[in-house]
Ligand binder design. Structure first.
Ligand code: APR
Length: 250
């Protein structure tokens, strides 16, 4: 349960800020029906990350990854933005939001209407051939996987297709990280929403913002790693707290 006084203090920081940023994780999409990774019943409890979530495991046996991909795509393809995503899109309309830095691959910030979304860990909406690099529309690939094609293969060369969701041990796309660092250097208030802050380098970004003089508000169902970086911690559901923080619903 969050503390009303903390919410009041957080609202003051939002009102005073001119350049707000958000760093989001899987927790913001839980109320859209997509499970997170590390909570009870989360994705890594059902699929051992060493077996299903590493780049080496993918190279070794891509069918495993795509078996998990089929499960996740089922929920992601029908998920809709919840009030937390929508509140961030409304914040952008006020001109005070520099951008949303997300670890999520579910595209829900874009569907909600945010235009500057920085995807640190890629997107499930894109895929490519591991051999000839031909690009594919993720939804079409996921449909083929749903129809039983595991692993999906390139129509041109027969190579295995890989979703552009970044796996453990796989290099992260460089451009999004550079843009995220720019935002951290420029922001005066960072909202850290629904992330356990356990995966680097994303987990270091709130500290980077703080080192540049920003205030940090953490919104999470429970404590996160490194939550000492936060000036204010709001505990509860993002779909409830984020709209209230911006005075969108009381
Ligand atoms: N509202 C707010 N927070 C929530 C909610 C909710 N409704 N539901 C869960 N949470 C919190 C959990 O308490 C947890 O601290 O969201 C956090 C989600 O943490 P993780 O499952 O670790 O997800 P995330 O931080 O996004 O993981 C980072 O790890 O496995 C990799 O690449 C994957 O991008 C992912 C990265």
């Amino acid at each position: 349960m969050h503390d009303e006084n903390a919410l009041k203090q957080a609202k003051k920081l939002v009102a005073a800020a001119k350049k707000i940023s958000a760093l989001t994780g899987a927790g913001i999409s839980v109320d859209s029906g997509i499970p997170d990774f590390r909570s009870e019943g989360g994705i890594w409890e059902r699929f051992d990350p060493h077996e299903y979530g590493t780049y080496d495991a993918f190279l070794n046996d891509p069918s495993k990854f795509w078996t998990m991909g089929r499960e996740l795509a089922k929920v992601m393809l029908k998920a809709k933005p919840n009030p937390a995503h929508i509140a961030l899109a409304k914040l952008e309309q006020t001109g005070k939001l520099l951008g949303v830095i997300t670890q999520n691959i579910d595209n829900l910030h874009q569907v909600a209407g945010n235009s500057n979304v920085i995807e640190l860990h890629g997107s499930y909406l894109r895929a490519h051939c591991m051999e000839c690099k031909t690009e594919y529309v993720g939804e079409e690939v996921h449909q083929r996987v749903a129809d039983g094609e595991i692993p999906p293969r390139c129509e041109k060369c027969g190579g295995v297709l890989k979703s552009e969701a970044v796996l453990f041990g796989e290099p992260m796309p460089e451009d999004p990280m550079a843009r995220a660092v720019e935002i951290c250097n420029d922001t005066d208030l960072m909202l850290v929403i629904g992330t356990s802050l356990s995966v680097y380098p994303a987990a270091f970004l709130p500290q980077l913002a703080k080192n540049s003089g920003a205030k940090v508000i953490l919104i999470n169902l429970e404590g996160a790693n490194r939550d000492d970086v936060a000036d204010i911690i709001l505990m509860g559901k993002a779909s409830d707290l984020v709209p209230r923080l911006f005075g969108i619903s009381e």
